[in-house]
Design a protein around this ligand. Structure first.
Ligand SMILES: CC(C)(COP(=O)(O)OP(=O)(O)OC[C@H]1O[C@@H](n2cnc3c(N)ncnc32)[C@H](O)[C@@H]1OP(=O)(O)O)[C@@H](O)C(=O)NCCC(=O)NCCS
Length: 446
């Protein structure tokens, strides 16, 4: 193994680990994923996420297993297209006899999943991790009823997700396991689609992510190439196209679930393959991922910093402080000065920052400009500086200055000119650190 590569990978994953701690992820595992040889690895990766402090809800489906069981009993699988305002799916018209089989299949799967996680993942790096799965009557359902003259029988739809009860389990460090079944207040059980349970649970919990395992490496374009990211709007256009081309298939379902979740309260939805070993980890812990990301909000956002960003900014600037490129700022100082900062946030991570410190009625100092090394040279520094200049104009400042040891040319190319200590505002002059020997540059704001 190349140790340098290993160390680099580990270092680069630290910001993600910090960004994901305490976050809620809902994972949709279709029945096909549970059947696949790679499920052992998937269970391992889920365990690892849990041990990093991510709060996880697993929603599992059972379509192929139920089909097999019904066929073995000589019962019809009875699939029918069901089209609602938000989605189209192929669902099972469910009578009492088939529901009985479904309950058996889903119950057995639950026990098998619990057994897999109980083994402490023997012979794997997660051996010894104590993982507890919790399941129960967390999803309430109502009958789907009759549509276009078809009576869907005991096929239902989600009525309510018991978020308080789920959160209690998550807060205790448990992974919550939800089947594609729901209960009614009158004591009935309804067969649900896994997509319905996963999307409604993610929305009700305001999950940070909905992760969907599919049989492809994400959502594919017309040439069969993976699309790495889509806005909800782009995803909607793609849905229309796919309906015309292929009708209802797994990819379409995954797109619709993602759009539904992202159009409501879920920040991001990601589709990954259940066939690829480690897909979950690569998608979550590398810059470009391996699946398809669907997001409602802007993927990257330039905005004023808030107190919640202090940790992220520290992570970004600490390596530069160690190199002596930036002056050291303690957490306390950053907290006190956070309002002077603007940041670029990407996927919950702070990848660029900069600050404006007004010095007197005319001058302001540009400071602490930094872009994460992996995200440099894409105009982010420029965008931060432009925002700082805008903020300075709002404060009626006419002059910006910057002290830099490493990036003089960067500022010169953006309209700053060389200056000297004498030109600094009085307050700053007395604080000038001759040892750092920073170069001073000034820009007049027109
Ligand atoms: C300076 C810094 C913030 C720029 O971030 P960025 O997001 O890459 O900025 P942009 O994408 O807007 O600008 C990149 C351009 O500037 C150039 N550039 C980057 N650093 C430079 C430097 N030190 N001197 C001259 N040019 C530089 C790049 O080559 C690139 O040029 P190109 O567009 O012709 O390829 C970033 O390099 C950084 O974090 N540096 C370390 C911290 C620092 O020195 N801060 C300044 C003191 S406050």
């Amino acid at each position: 193994m190349d140790l340098t590569q290993y160390v680099n990978w580990f270092r680069h994953s630290t910001p993600y680990i910090n960004a994901y701690r305490g976050k809620v992820f809902v994972i949709l595992l279709p029945g096909e994923a549970l059947k696949h040889d790679n499920f052992w690895n998937i269970a391992h990766d889920i365990t690892l996420l849990n041990s990093l402090g991510v709060k996880l809800v697993l929603v599992y489906g059972a379509r192929p297993q139920i089909n097999d069981a019904l066929e073995a009993k000589g019962l019809s699988t009875n699939m029918q297209e069901m089209i609602t305002a938000q989605s189209r799916n192929t669902v099972r018209i469910t009578d009492a006899a088939s529901l009985d089989v479904i309950k058996h299949v889903i119950g057995k799967l639950r026990i098998d999943i619990e057994a897999t996680f109980s083994m402490g993942l023997i012979n794997s790096p997660m051996h010894g991790a104590d993982i507890t799965l919790a399941s129960g009557n967390f999803v309430m359902a109502k009958p789907f009823g009759i549509q276009n003259g078809i009576d869907y029988g005991l096929m239902g739809e989600v009525r309510k997700v018991e978020t308080d009860a789920i959160r209690k389990q998550l807060d205790n460090g448990n992974i919550v396991l939800l089947p594609s079944l729901g209960y009614s207040p009158t004591g009935e059980v309804f067969n649900l689609t896994v997509e319905d349970v996963a999307s409604n649970t993610a929305i009700a919990l305001k999950a940070d992510k909905l992760l969907i395992y599919g049989n492809e490496a994400g959502i594919l374009d017309q040439d069969g190439e993976r699309i790495s990211k889509l806005s909800a709007e782009e995803a909607l256009a793609l849905i229309k196209q796919k309906i015309e081309q292929n009708g209802i298939d797994e990819e379409l379902r995954n797109l619709e679930v993602s759009v539904k979740a992202c159009s409501a309260t879920v920040k991001r939805s990601q589709v990954i393959s259940y066939e690829d070993d480690g897909a979950l980890l690569i998608e979550l812990f590398t810059r470009d991922g391996i699946g398809t990301l669907i997001t409602q909000e802007l993927y990257e956002q330039l905005r004023p910093a808030t107190i919640k960003d202090v940790g992220g900014i520290l992570e970004l600037i600490e390596p530069l402080e160690e190199e002596g490129v930036l002056v050291h700022r303690s957490r306390e100082l950053l907290e006190a000065e956070i309002e002077q900062f603007v940041v670029i946030e990407r996927e919950g991570m702070i990848i660029a920052c900069g600050a404006l410190y007004p010095q007197d009625s005319q001058s302001g100092e540009v400071a602490c400009m930094a872009t994460h090394p992996e995200y440099r040279n894409h105009n982010r520094g420029q965008m931060i500086l432009e925002q700082i200049e805008k903020n300075a104009r709002k404060l009626s400042l006419s002059r910006l200055f910057v002290l830099t040891t490493k990036s003089p040319h960067w500022f010169v190319e953006r309209g700053f000119v060389a200056s000297s200590v004498d030109e600094l505002p009085e307050k700053k002059k007395s604080l000038y650190n001759y040892q750092r020997n920073s170069k001073i540059f000034v820009k007049l704001l027109g």
